[in-house]
Design a protein around this ligand. Structure first.
Ligand code: PEP
Ligand code: MG
Length: 600
């Protein structure tokens, strides 16, 4: 039976890659194959294992074919994901344990593999880092491929998609996405996935608008339906009426002209009307993001997250890889500077030569600087790479998740050791490279005066600071209503840090998501931050508002906030103040990002 044809149906998800596109839906069938489950006789065990091994081999051949057929340079950069999948096909946990299950439990290969995959997925669910947790899907994609090969179910040949389409799927594996001829793909819509899913990462990096995690996309969209994909609002409109369609076209034109208008501010100094200068930096993870950051007026990279160098591979990045990456970055943004944050990830997966570390409370576990101090060789390799690159630009080193004085001293001691080694080897580096501590744990706020004696600058990471101050998991949707950036406790923490930093003559930066929220600009200005670093897309608007503001009015606002008692009261007051003062900007922002559809 066919599906109902929806007209002017709005569905909501996560806008994973920005932009608005219109196109016809192309449905990719990636529904689960029905798995036969049966017990087998002793005499069938060996042939069942053979059948399983054949399906594995077939899967390897298919993935290699996909990999070899990639023509597009941009897509080729993502081919490492296929290598990860090929590695999974060699993984003993997956293969040997499935074979053991066939042999011991006397069940068919499909049943044995399905049980094994479920067990592995549960282990992944316990991982706190959203990027790593998402990787359980890699095992699921692979399992689906093996299942299809076991039951003889063909994969759709999505490499053959023609015309300008919006690809709609329950979920897309990296192998699927990579196979697509991206020149024919205008947008992506998936039922599954969050902002760190493969589809999201890839679509963002190649600039194709996407909405992920719609839950109902494939059940409500038919192949050939006309779709509007609004990657900014996280909305998909199925078969829009002419009126909505026109509104969206107008919205698209308006968006382009707003962006163009805003870009005029990108080259202007980030200075208030009363002459207060703030450095506006960009937070980036990939070198590919540099042009966009520069175009939008970033005065350097205030936070370079180095995790990308480590994830999605079985070995560790070499000193040369570190050096090359940082050198390119430093040269690309010169004369502005780059703050390189050392590795900030949990100890649960990438160090796979040691086996995963099981932690019941990974957010408070062996992560970030704690891991670096423990894995000394890995840490020193990164530090050597940074130091060697330091002569090719203006660099700063930032240590994440500092919880107290001894930790920063230990990190610095290792840095000094590396410096000594480089001197001995006559390898040049900047021996005045500024060293900073990320302030994202309440204990660091409370001891900021002590930490200030050990570092050259502070950078406040509010994403974690809010999580740890309010005891609210930053990725748990059940408690997200408590995640309040303007909670009195958070504002007080920031004030403490800025004051302690300034008393010691340090510059204090902020690099959490808060920094890119235009509504919070006055709060940050009032608190006296010297640098605000944010996702590049926010920069032009923040600069524009900054240039129309004065520090005096920001401080007045802050004084009033300190008389208030709750996060929600402060949030409301700040938003209404900003909307009154900058009606044009806030009307624009909120009609764009938060209403989930055009206003009629
Ligand atoms: C933060 O915690 O605010 C931050 C910038 O770091 P990350 O989001 O990478 O933890
Ligand atoms: Mg952090």
């Amino acid at each position: 039976m066919g599906k109902e044809r929806f007209v002017n149906q709005f569905i909501h998800g996560t806008g994973a890659s920005s932009g608005i596109v219109v196109g016809r839906a192309f449905l990719v069938d990636r529904s689960k194959v029905r798995l036969p489950q049966k017990a087998i006789a002793d005499t069938e065990v060996e042939s069942e294992i053979e059948r399983f091994r054949n399906a594995i081999e077939q899967s390897k051949v298919q993935l290699l074919e996909i990999k070899n057929a990639i023509l597009d340079e941009e897509v080729r950069k993502h081919a490492f994901i296929l290598d990860v999948h090929l590695m999974i096909l060699e993984d003993q946990m997956l293969i040997q344990e499935t074979i053991d299950a066939i042999r011991i439990q006397k069940v068919n290969a499909e049943w044995a593999l399905d049980t094994n995959v479920e067990r592995l997925s549960k282990a992944f669910d316990a991982i706190e880092d959203p990027y790593l947790r998402e990787r359980k899907n890699d095992i699921k994609y692979i399992a689906q491929r093996i299942f299809r090969n076991l039951v003889g179910h063909k994969h759709d040949d999505i490499a053959q998609i023609k015309g300008n389409v919006v690809v709609v799927a329950h979920d897309l594996s990296p192998a699927d996405t990579i196979q697509l001829n991206l020149k024919n793909v205008r947008g992506f819509v998936t039922d599954m996935g969050g902002p760190v899913s493969h589809t999201a990462i890839l679509s963002k990096s190649i600039g194709i608008p996407s909405v992920v995690g719609t839950e109902v996309g494939t059940s409500q969209i038919n192949g050939g339906d006309e779709l509007i994909v609004d990657g900014d609002a996280g909305v998909v409109i199925i078969n829009p009426t002419e009126q909505v369609f026109k509104q969206y076209l107008a919205r698209l034109a308006q968006r382009e002209s707003i962006e163009k208008e805003l870009l005029k501010f990108s080259k202007l100094p980030a200075e208030t009307r009363d002459g207060y200068r703030v450095t506006v930096g960009a937070n980036i993870e990939l070198l590919d993001e540099i042009p966009s950051a520069k175009k939008r007026g970033a005065e350097g990279i205030g936070l370079y997250r180095t995790e990308c160098l480590y994830l999605g591979r079985k070995d560790l990045p070499s000193e040369e890889e570190h050096y090359e990456t940082y050198r390119k970055l430093g040269e690309a943004v010169f004369p502005h500077g780059v703050t390189i944050r050392t590795l900030d990830v949990g100890g649960d997966k990438f160090l796979n030569h040691d086996g995963p570390v099981q932690e019941t409370n990974p957010a408070m576990g062996l992560r970030a600087i704690r891991l670096s101090i423990k894995e000394i060789d890995m840490f020193k390799t990164q530090l050597r790479g940074i130091l060697r690159a330091s002569i090719h630009g203006r660099f700063k080193i930032l240590f994440p998740m500092i919880s107290g004085l001894e930790e920063i001293q230990q990190a610095k001691a290792l840095l000094f050791e590396v410096m000594e080694e480089l001197r001995r080897d006559k390898i040049p580096f900047d021996d005045h490279i500024p060293v900073g501590a990320m302030i994202e744990i309440p204990s660091a706020c409370m001891t900021a005066d002590l930490l200030a004696k050990e570092v050259d600058f502070f950078s406040i990471g509010t994403n974690d600071l809010i999580q740890y101050t309010l005891a609210v998991d930053r990725v748990n949707e059940h408690v997200s209503y408590l995640y309040e950036p303007l909670h009195p406790a958070v504002i007080r923490c920031i004030r403490e840090v800025v004051e302690a930093g300034h008393r010691a003559g340090l510059q204090v930066a902020i690099c959490g998501e808060m920094a890119g929220e235009p509504a919070y600009l006055w709060v940050l200005l009032g608190l006296g931050l010297d640098e605000i670093s944010m996702n590049p897309r926010s920069i032009p608007r923040v600069k524009k508002i900054l240039r129309m503001s004065s520090v005096e009015e920001a401080r007045e606002l802050l004084e009033e906030l300190f008389r208030m008692t709750s996060g929600s009261e402060i949030e409301q007051y700040v938003r209404s103040t900003m909307a009154r003062r900058f009606p044009e900007d806030f009307l624009e922002i909120y009609s764009w990002d938060q209403d989930g559809g055009p206003k009629s």
